[in-house]
Structure formats: C-alpha cells, structure tokens
Design a protein around this ligand. Structure first.
Ligand code: EPZ
Length: 487
C-alpha cells in the first residue's frame, strides 16, 4: 500500500456520526490495533462526551492563570443552522461549538428532511434539497431555538406546522412577537393542539415593529428576517434586535445572496429575492462564554486572558468590571485580559440587564456571583427575564447574602463563600454556581451539570487548564449524604 494510501487509510472516521452522549471518557483516546504487522488500521478518535448525570467537584479559592480561547457562539450557530434551510444548495458552517444543543438542532433538521453532516468536530454541512413542514413537540420542546425553523419553512414550503416551545425555567418566553411578524408578512397564523400553523401562500414584504415589553427579541428578529429574505417586496423591521448573533446571521444571509441593509442597527431593510444559494460561514466567537471566563478570572483574583473575546461585543460587561475596580486590559481587538492578580479593591455596583448593546441577561447570574463576594451593597436588576434568579437560592446555600425584590437582586457582598452541594437549574445559573465554587473556601459539588454542557464546550477541562481544582465525575461518586436529587 503506497504512503499516500496508508495516510488516507488512517484518516479519522468516527467523527462523521454525531457522537453518542452516554459515552464516558475524559481524554482523547486513540486506538490502533493491527493483526498484521506493519498494516495500519484506521485511527478512531472518539470525542469525549459529558454524561447527562455528571457532577462537578470543585475545590475553590485558587487564582486562575493562563489563556483560554472562546468557542463559536451557540446563540449564533442555532439560527445559522436554520438559515441553511433557506437554500437547496450546501451551506457549510465552521467554528460551530461542540454542544448538545447543536446536536439537537441537527436532529430536528434531519427530521424535517435536511441532510446535516458533521465533517469535523466544529464544521457542519447542511443540504436541504427537500423539506417537510412539520416540527414535532417531542423535538421542539427539547430546545426553544427550534422555533426559528418557522421562517425558513414558510419561505421554502409556504407553510409550517411547528410545535409551540413550552415553558422555560428562566421565566415566561412567549413567541407573540414572532407570530405578529409572520402575520404582518401576510401569513395566516393559527394555534391548534399546541402547534403553530402558518399559511404563507400570500407571503409579502411589509413594514413591521418587533419591539415588546422587554425590548427587542433576538430569535424573533432572526425568524422574521429569514422569512423576509425570500418574501416578494421590501420589509422594514423596526425595533429589530442588533445582538452580535443577529449580525452574524445577516452576514450568512448576505453570503447566500440576500439583500439586507441596516445590519447592526435596530432598523433592518430587506429586499426579497427569488432564491438563495449555498455558502460557507464561520460562526462568531461566543461573547457570553468569553464574559464567563473573564468573571472567573475576576472572582478568583487571577490573571486570565480570553482569546477570541471581542471587546466591542463585551463593552457593557467590561464597563461594569472596570466600574467595580477589576483591572482589565485589551491587548488586541479580539483579546481581553483580567489582571485581578494585581493589587486592586473591588467595590459594589448596580447592573441593569438590557437587550444588546446593554448588559447581557446571559451574564447576569455570573455577575451576581461576583457581587456576592464584593464588599458593599449591589443591586442587579433583570429587565429582560424578570424572574431569572434560579441561581440565587443555590448561591445562598454557599452563604451568599442575597434578597430578591421584584426583578432585582439586592446583594450584600461578603469576604467569602463556603463550598456546598448545589443544584444547577439552567445554563447560565449553572455557570454562576461554578464561578462561586471556584471562589469559595472548601469543596462544592454541583449536580445536573448537563445544563452547563448545553452552552459551554467542556468548561471543566478548560478551567482545569487555568489551574482550577475541578473534576467531572459520575453522579454515583458523589457522597450520598450530599446528593440533592429527589428520591
Ligand atoms: C435569545 O433568546 C437567547 N437564546 C437567550 O439565551 C438570551 O437570553 C435572549 O436571546 C436575550 O438575549 C438563543 O439565542 C438561543 P428574546 P430569545 O426573544 O431570542 C420577550 C442562553 O442562556 N419576548 O430576545 O428567545 C421574552 O420573553 C439563552 O443562552 C416576548 O415577549 O429571547 C424576553 O422577556 C437563554 N415575545 C424578551 O422578549 C416574543 O415573541 C427577550 O427575549 C419574544 C420575546
């Protein structure tokens, strides 16, 4: 067998299939077996996958040090996957984070007929030759973002039957603005049996206002934008969301041939076109993940550099970290460094979450953890999801002094927290518990970390590389008397 063939023979093959989630190994494994001397068998790489019932054991109060690189943004990748359905040609999406939510989205898209292939750990190819218009409850309920399949389906099939997403622990998450937008674009909209039925035979461009009680809507803007790009005529979307993830979606749509103006502003103008073609797109880096690592550096008194963190996307967070006294450097446009290992004194501040460019609601819980160990009285007000305080009772278990008054957390900063067994409830709440455990004295056990695996690619391994004493363990290794699981 020639050198070239031998090389071809050892190309990894396992990554093509979405890796199963139950597999347990904590390290890259390479197996090489040969029953004939000198004959190389294909090297199979198994991507280590978290187990749904894993727990984290964390020993805190160690300053983090080092550099971490951000993954692609989950909240950009999900609408980008949906946008790939707008063309019957192949769309390649690179820098996709390796997360359970992404695999869910691929599963739903295959269910409606698209070919969705993973060509390596972070690259996916979507080819939606033919589609069906029905997205069932049992899939949609697993992940809200699948509501943004509605836009592409009505464009390709002029109809869609998509399950309503159902409840969410962070609070009420209606999709009335999405439906108002579709109705404005000439769709017939009805809800029957828990499903949204959209009839788009008379789809057309229109002037729309998408602002709601809590400001603009990110996925709502994405959904309507995707419907408008193939709708005959001109669509103006006022009070559109301008999150970096929405801007990233506009970039892909333009690369596919869409005509969109006002990108990055609250006013988008879309000229409908006949069809869209294939494209290749690289997902932007995850500003929420970057912000979480920056707060991890601040809360542990460490020196952490976050590569891929675009200061422009993090302006509100960096402004608040500076205001509370955390030394911040920006060595490059896409790199931010926390120098909390330098002498500095942190002080209490007030934070109000808002749609972008305001302070991100997805960093609110992590900021609560930081303020819980910052001297003085802080008030953190949640204006986007007013009930989003599931992390507070768990932080109180670690000794935090926090009171909830309506949409605000009133935080009396303490000199330290103590390690405790705690339970994650949702993605960002679990990130806050990990940060609090990294700062706390003693040992913490964090259960239901599957929540964090939905939005952070192997956060345990990356924190470990920054010097954190964190371990991912099977749930049965948690001392029984600490186990908070019911029954
Ligand atoms: C996106 O959710 C993100 N999810 C959320 O991140 C993020 O918290 C949120 O935007 C706000 O930034 C994804 O991108 C997958 P919204 P989305 O519509 O689009 C109300 C995470 O942790 N609203 O911008 O669903 C809504 O109830 C997740 O990664 C209506 O009233 O949020 C909320 O109060 C959690 N009617 C506000 O608007 C609607 O039709 C903003 O929600 C739609 C929204």
């Amino acid at each position: 067998m020639s050198g070239a063939m031998a090389k071809a023979a050892v190309r990894p093959v396992a990554i093509k299939a979405d890796p199963p989630t139950t597999h347990r190994s904590d390290d890259w494994k390479a197996t090489r077996t040969s029953h004939r001397p000198g004959f190389l068998l294909p090297v199979v790489f198994t991507v280590p996958q978290p187990h749904p019932m894993d727990v984290f054991r964390v020993n805190g109060s160690r300053p983090l040090r080092g550099t971490v690189h951000t993954s692609g943004a989950k909240n950009a990748a999900l609408p980008l996957f949906a946008a790939a359905l707008l063309s019957d040609e192949t769309v390649t999406i690179e820098n996709v984070p390796d997360l359970s939510d992404i695999r869910f989205m691929a599963e739903i898209m295959r269910h409606i007929g698209a070919d969705v292939e993973r060509s390596d750990a972070n690259t996916w190819k979507v080819h939606a030759r033919k589609l069906t218009n029905h997205a069932p409850y049992e899939l949609v309920r697993k992940m809200r973002a699948s509501v943004c399949l509605m836009g592409p389906l009505i464009d390709r099939l002029r109809s869609a039957v998509v399950s309503l997403p159902g409840g969410c622990v962070i609070g009420p998450r209606p999709i009335d603005l999405h439906l108002k937008g579709f109705s404005g674009l000439g769709c017939g909209v009805s809800i029957e049996g828990g499903y949204v039925h959209l009839d788009a035979r008379h789809l057309h461009g229109a002037d729309l206002f998408l602002g709601g009680r809590h400001g603009s809507t990110a996925l709502g803007t994405a959904n309507i934008l995707m419907a408008a790009v193939l709708a005959p005529g001109t669509t103006r979307i006022e009070s559109a969301a301008c999150e970096p993830e929405v801007v990233d979606l506009c970039r892909l749509l333009r690369a596919m041939g869409a005509r969109i103006d006002g990108i990055g502003s609250h006013a988008l103008v879309v000229e409908g076109v006949e069809r869209l073609h294939g494209a290749t797109h690289r997902v932007i880096s995850d500003r929420i993940e970057a912000g979480t690592f920056l707060i991890a550096g601040a809360i542990t008194g460490g020196d952490v550099t976050v590569e891929g963190a675009r200061a422009s996307d993090l302006a509100a967070l960096l402004d608040k970290l500076r205001e509370c006294g955390v030394p911040i450097e920006s060595p490059a446009p896409d790199c931010v460094r926390v120098r909390a290992d330098r002498p500095h004194s942190r002080k209490a501040i007030d934070v109000i979450t808002m749609p972008h460019p305001g302070f991100a609601t997805d960093l609110q819980a992590q900021m609560c953890a930081l303020m819980a160990v910052t001297p003085g009285l802080s008030i953190i007000t949640e204006k986007v999801f007013p009930n989003r305080f599931m992390h507070v009772p768990e932080l109180q278990r670690m000794g935090a002094d926090i009171a909830i008054e309506g949409p605000s957390a009133i935080i009396k900063g303490l000199s330290r927290l103590s390690g405790a067994p705690v339970m994650a409830s949702d993605l960002r709440a679990s990130a806050a518990l990990v940060l609090a455990a990294l700062a706390a004295h003693g040992e913490s056990w964090i259960q239901r970390v599957y929540h964090i695996d939905r939005g952070y690619e192997r956060i345990d391994l990356r924190l470990k590389r920054l010097g954190a004493a964190i371990e991912r363990l099977p749930a049965d290794q948690m001392p029984k008397h600490l186990d908070g699981e019911p029954g």
